[in-house]
Design a protein around this ligand. Structure first.
Ligand code: PLP
Length: 353
């Protein structure tokens, strides 16, 4: 650490991303919830077109991509804000919309705490119940901005939209941020609630269900005043936050509904297959509505040993060494071929014990 770093950042503990292995060794990568499928075909052509325009700045208003998102949801483009990954949108929200602090679950997306620390925001941690469910009543008397990952990570558990509405009704003067990174894998989006409530921001990403994690594309949906505040922050920080290649890619990915539907369904099918197989083998598997499952509490292997054994077999999953979830591993849903191999490998690992 240099002697020039501001004292308020000295204790900042950065977010630790899942490993991105270098060699394309025969490794099955199920650790960062990416899509196992390539982006839709239009993206490749778009990247070619975009490459010829890279001498110019990207469109700071992100017009065409924003319109494509608005069309997809049947909304006005004034209700859509595009960013460099949804992490950037979340950063703006922490920076600008948390004057009374931020409240979120003890087990949820790890970046919330990091953003709060980065921007000097006080946090109120609200524990999930014993079955890892959010108890909406626990938020009743809180006045901090609420962050709900829905479905939650790394549990995959979904909170029904009526419960989100309950949170909005608890206090009209409190903002609720619904991070729907995984909503396309079986949950109902809270997007429609923006028409009725002005204290909700829905955040989504192209990284999971649209196979574009490397393009860094995320967005917010909210009433026009909130969206214009997000733009106020963006234009005070990095007006060209989304590059031209990603802008064209976003447009293509939003317009190709057939491709989106096909692979989203395939992930859901593969998730149901993996969940039931792991249960058959003796694992506790939480009821996931995401593109991953959270599995563990097996009678004959600890989660850490399971993680290590999978790794020895060239399968990478995610293990979190923290008290309440140390008995589980998080497994990203891959292709049906990968899931069959995963189950096969698991059975071999357990046989050897
Ligand atoms: C993956 C993820 C994000 C961030 O995705 P980006 O790649 O930055 O768009 C945000 N929230 C949750 C809960 C996630 O799992």
């Amino acid at each position: 650490m240099s002697r020039f770093l501001d004292k308020k950042l000295v204790f900042l503990k950065p977010y630790i991303p899942g490993e991105q292995p270098k060699g394309i060794k025969k490794l099955i990568k199920l650790n960062t919830n990416e899509s196992p499928f390539p982006p839709c075909p239009g993206v490749k052509k778009a990247a070619g077109r975009a490459s010829k325009m890279l001498n110019l700045y990207s469109d700071p208003a992100c017009t065409n991509a924003v319109n494509a998102i608005a069309d997809f949801y049947g909304l006005n483009s004034k209700n859509v804000f595009l960013s460099n990954g949804s992490d950037e949108t979340l950063a703006f929200i922490f920076h600008g919309f948390c004057p009374k602090g931020a409240a979120f679950a003890d087990i949820t997306y790890g970046f919330y705490k990091v953003f709060a620390d980065m921007f000097g925001i006080k946090t109120r941690i609200v524990p999930l119940d014993n079955d890892f469910n959010i108890k909406v009543e626990d938020y009743k008397n809180l006045d901090q901005t609420i962050f709900i990952a829905n479905p939650n990570a790394p549990t995959g558990i979904l909170l029904p939209v009526c419960m989100i509405e309950e949170l909005l009704l608890q206090s009209p003067d409190r903002l609720v941020v619904v991070d729907e990174a995984y909503i396309d894998f079986g949950g109902e989006s809270a997007v429609r609630l923006i028409e009725k409530y002005d204290n909700i921001i829905v955040v989504q990403t192209f990284s999971k269900s649209r196979s574009l994690a490397g393009a860094r594309l995320g967005f917010a949906i909210a009433n026009d005043d909130l969206i214009s505040d997000l733009n106020r922050m963006k234009f005070s920080f990095n007006p060209y936050n989304v590059n031209t290649i990603s802008l064209l890619a976003a447009e293509e990915a939003m317009k190709d509904r057939q491709y989106f539907e096909k692979y989203r369904k395939e992930i859901i099918d593969n998730r149901e297959y993996l969940s039931s197989e792991l249960r058959r083998i003796g694992f506790k598997v939480l009821d996931s509505k995401a593109n991953f499952v959270f599995a563990g509490r097996h009678g004959s292997i600890s989660a850490k040993d399971y993680y290590d054994a999978l790794r020895q077999n060239n399968i990478l999953v995610r293990y979190f060494d923290s008290e309440r979830i140390k008995d589980f591993v998080r497994i990203t849903i891959g292709t049906s071929e990968q899931m069959r191999l995963f189950v096969e490998t698991t059975e071999i690992i357990l046989k050897g014990r």
